[in-house]
Design a protein around this ligand. Structure first.
Ligand code: 13P
Length: 251
């Protein structure tokens, strides 16, 4: 069985004091949870201090982005090894805000995923359709295309490091959550696609998180879906109480 995996994406929020306080609060509140994998993804400048605050805890640390090159003249970018050096084990790649605000392409995302896996980081690979794509009946095509392009060239052995996060763009930060049925429909499609691209055993092992206005109220109904294996939480991950209620609901 797939162990549930709940991750908090703090996005561009917090400062050095509040980041450490949030991490410390979660470590205390969630210390007894051992049936759920938990991670928080602070802004990169706070990775090291958050990792230190969580070093004795059951909460892992992830970054929100990475660059695929090893080192060199890439002003402003951060390499996989640098992230690992801060204490990171996960990295979010291809978040919709990076695709649609910053302009990341499927090809760039594919390079980042490959580099992350090669370095031993665990990618949380985000995909999801825009509102107009859903309204035009293109959700499955768009999401399948993102999965195929993001995972292009990754062999069976490497793919197992990955978590996929289905985040419909229209549900992110809007208060509009996909219904449990809508989430299950896309998650099931993704698992079927993984089975075609790799094999059934791998498809059954890869965790698929849902993200997009996930909150304490809707955690249980989303997690009750057979192919929803976890959540990638934005706004609700910024409060100790909300995020820990969600993790405990799943535990
Ligand atoms: P919200 O939970 O704030 O909608 O954000 C979801 C998200 O983008 C997580 O990566």
């Amino acid at each position: 069985m797939r162990k549930p995996f709940i991750a908090g994406n703090w996005k561009m929020n917090m400062n050095s004091a509040t980041a450490v306080a949030l991490a410390a609060g979660l470590a205390k509140e969630l210390e007894d949870v051992d049936t759920v994998d938990i991670a928080v993804c602070p802004p990169s400048v706070y990775l090291q201090s958050v990792a230190a605050a969580l070093s004795a805890s059951n909460i892992a640390v992830g970054a929100q982005n990475v660059y695929f090159e090893g080192n060199g003249a890439f002003t402003g970018e951060i390499s996989c090894d640098m992230l690992k050096d801060t204490g990171c084990s996960y990295v979010i790649i291809g978040h919709s805000e990076r695709r649609h605000v910053i302009g990341e392409t499927d090809e760039l995302i594919n390079k980042k995923i490959a580099a992350a896996i090669n370095s031993g980081l665990l990618p949380i690979f985000c995909i999801g359709e825009l509102l107009e794509e859903r309204q035009a009946g293109k959700t499955n095509d768009v999401v399948a295309d993102q999965v195929k392009k993001g995972l292009a060239g990754l062999c069976e052995e490497r793919i197992q490091a990955i978590t996929i996060a289905y985040e419909p763009v229209w549900a992110i930060g809007t208060g509009l959550t996909a219904t449990p049925d809508q989430a299950q429909q896309v998650h099931g499609m993704i698992r079927g696609l993984l089975s075609e691209l790799y094999n059934e055993d791998i498809a059954e092992r890869i965790r698929i998180q849902y993200g997009g206005s996930a909150k304490p109220d809707n955690t249980s109904e989303l997690m009750a879906q057979p192919d929803v294996d976890g959540l990638l939480v934005g706004g609700a991950s910024l409060k100790v109480e909300d995020f820990s209620v969600m993790v405990k609901a799943v535990a």
